[in-house]
Ligand binder design. Sequence first.
Ligand code: AMP
Ligand code: MG
Length: 405
Amino acid sequence: MREYVSLEEARDMLLHNCQPAESECLDLTAALGRVLCEDVLAGENIPPFDRSSLDGYAFDARATLMASREQPAVLKVIEAVAAGSVAAQRVTENTAIRVMTGAPIPEGADAVEKYENIELSGAEIRITSRFRPMDNIIKAGEDVREGDRVAEQGMVLEPPLLGLLAALGVTRVRVYAKPAVALISTGDELSDEPGALQPGKIRNSTRITLQGFCTRLGADPVIIGTARDEVTQIMALLEAGLERADVVITTGGVSAGDYDLVVEAVRRIGAELLFWKINIKPGMPTLAARKDGKVILGLSGNPASGLVVFQLLAIPLIRKMAGHRAYHLATLEAVLLDGFKKPSPARRFLRGQLVLANGQAGVRLTGRQGNAVLSSMVGCDVLLEVPSGSGPLPAGARLTAFRVD
Ligand code: AMP
Ligand code: MG
């Protein structure tokens, strides 16, 4: 087991020890936000037939070879076709068929002129310019060709992709199963009950936060429960978590205090410790272990420490398990809009909100930055990295921001 690892080492150890979950087949209507488990090839063309791009008249372009303002091509209108119907007749060299936007191009026709540009007299139209084949026609397969790879394994089924698949007649897709994430809280002081608090107790605020993060990441949170600071109780919940979920996340009990029993419980259930303590602030007391091919991530009980480390480590972990191709946190260079007075002997992550304005990416800090401060998690969509050994930071400092939204 390694102690005091870097954030990247910790992250890589976790990623190395997890795999995407199984797959399942879903109706397209139930697949929003899920991750494709296989490539999808187009089984048909979009559009399926040559169609008119506007309301107008379809004719044979050759009929307009000599057309001019002085000598228009004169064609007899023999039929009208709406979108959804098919012409009964064929266009010949001196006939035309009225077509609406989206209507199939009648046989014999290969060009369309807009309604507004056409002189109509009785059943005849006059065309005053020359046309080339395919003018104002959307060709079959112009958007997607049968056989095209329209989606790849690891792509998220966002609304436009669902639409594209629907356009191809796909009704079911194979996606990765949602990873189940067991959530275990530890601490004698925690109360999960509503109503007045007993003396010395605090409310379990982290559990619902982690539950929300997991759901938003496309995982199924499984609430295992709250253990008192008692090794056998923690062991029982860890075992239940490993039984019921693909990954187990605990909070509390991972520092070096008298009641920090998660480390011991993890050892006693026979899990192999991967690391304990990361060189960052907040969130130094963090633990990871593995058992039965599953990862246990032990977060600090301090709300900000636990939640910041969840974002830095568990977001990539859960994304990978959910089948995403791009599971790392996106980073960008951003300007610190407020100053930050404290020096940072250790590498630090500040909670902030991204402000995109005046052509630059700025970050406004969301509040006080202490380990136990929960309120500054609200509105936090980026973590701003302050390198170890930094002094106080003036407003305007350029730093790396990790997107955690
Ligand atoms: P620990 O990591 O167990 O030493 O806890 C550190 C601090 O976080 C203590 O003040 C705990 O009361 C608090 N804490 C632990 N778990 C939670 C939780 N689930 N929700 C809110 N605060 C917590
Ligand atoms: Mg505790």
